[in-house]
Design a protein around this ligand. Structure first.
Ligand SMILES: Cc1ncc(C[n+]2csc(CCOP(=O)(O)OP(=O)(O)O)c2C)c(N)n1
Ligand SMILES: [Mg+2]
Length: 364
């Protein structure tokens, strides 16, 4: 696309024509990259966390088949985003995830069983958001964008060095909340990074029916938000971009919008049949761009990843999966009265009446 006729400020906000990357689909470093390659320790940690995250994901999917989880939205294929973005966060930063981002949560250190509590249907939220600075996994699309901007703006007013990273999908960019969040993030120069995981679909709705924009990253320009278009299957590239955006936001540069082009390998959730709206050739083409293969190939070529380390990480991932199984197979201890807790600061009259009615019924 020609940028002739645009002002310098407009040009500075635009994403690149081609998605930015550090590693190509074969794990070979791209020529003349616009991003800085992360240190070797970071690359090794990206690899380790992706292996563990993927094992967690297959374990969670298996638990839905065993009736231990009500629903699970898999992020298989999207691990470069799930892991790359989270490892780029500093300890003091906040993460605002969606239902798709359980792997991001466990990468941040949230207990895996607590992570799955919501999807098990046994409690509103299984973890303490303050412990790891992770907001609740958001099911209403895009509402977390507003939470992230609110938190980031408040932190800035208080003089705290905190950046908020919000994860959202391609479909969520059509929600009004996303636009309100982008607008006020830019007006307030709030330190917030919007990472759109464009996985090609909003359930069965493909990108071609979602947006006519040249890219989702282009949506930033109308709000004055600088944008990046990146290869969302390159763990090194996702890490480097999110890190760069976080550093700029922390330095007072305001928000950034990143569109990461990726693909959801599994169905929307275990309740969806993806074969009804996409063909297997499309899936196969994306399997060929697998983020785990990519980083493995790069690290192996560099001599940083041998069979021994690979086996160690695999064993660690198996242990992690066993912990998840054990925790999820234990019957949750539930108090029906908790249904009414934490909904309102001051429960409404109707809720108080319902709670009393339930208590009476349980006592009889
Ligand atoms: C406000 C709102 N509208 C509709 C839905 C129903 N819904 C759940 S997931 C989904 C698709 C979201 O697609 P996308 O944002 O691309 O995220 P993905 O599931 O692909 O990660 C829809 C429409 C919802 N959860 N919230
Ligand atoms: Mg999507």
């Amino acid at each position: 696309m020609s940028v002739t006729g645009l002002s310098a400020r407009e040009r500075s906000l635009l994403p690149t024509d081609l998605p930015l990357a550090l590693l190509d689909r074969n794990g070979i470093p791209v020529d003349d990259p616009a991003l800085e390659m992360p240190a070797d320790e970071v690359l090794l940690e990206l690899h380790r966390r992706i292996v563990i995250g993927r094992r967690f994901d297959t374990q969670a999917t298996a638990l839905t088949r065993q009736g231990r989880l009500a629903v699970y939205p898999s992020s298989r294929g999207q691990e470069a985003c799930e892991v790359g973005a989270v490892l780029a966060l500093r300890e003091q930063d906040w993460l605002f995830p969606t239902y798709r981002d359980s792997v991001a949560l466990v990468t941040r250190g949230v207990d895996p069983v607590q992570t799955l509590t919501l999807l098990q249907g046994s409690w509103h939220l299984g973890y303490d958001p303050y412990e790891h600075k992770v907001g609740p996994q958001c099911t209403p699309l895009a509402t977390n964008t507003l939470h992230a901007v609110g938190l980031a703006h408040a932190a800035r007013l208080k003089g705290e060095d905190t950046v908020a990273l919000v994860l959202l999908g391609d479909g969520a960019t059509s929600e009004g909340d996303t636009h309100e969040a982008l607008n006020f993030a830019a007006v307030w120069k709030a330190p917030v990074v919007f990472l759109v995981q464009n996985n090609g679909y909003a359930i069965s709705v493909p990108m071609s029916k979602q947006s006519a924009a040249p890219s989702l990253a282009h949506k930033g320009i109308g709000y004055g938000v600088p944008s990046y278009l990146i290869d969302g299957n390159d763990p090194a590239g996702v890490y480097a971009t999110v890190r760069e955006a976080i550093t700029a936001a922390a330095a007072g540069g305001g928000p950034a919008l990143i569109e990461a082009k990726t693909y959801r390998i599994e169905a929307h959730t275990n309740a969806d049949d993806a074969g009804r709206y996409r063909d297997s050739e499309e899936v196969a083409a994306w399997l060929d761009r697998d983020p785990l293969d990519r980083i493995e190939r790069y690290l192996s070529t560099r001599g940083l990843l041998d069979e021994e380390r690979r086996a160690e990480i695999q064993a660690e991932a198996e242990d992690f999966a066993a912990t998840v199984r054990e925790g999820m197979n234990a019957e949750p201890e539930l108090d029906p009265a908790h249904l009414f807790a934490h909904v309102y600061a001051q429960p409404t009259k109707a809720l108080r009446e319902q709670a009393a009615m339930l208590a009476e019924e349980l006592a009889s």
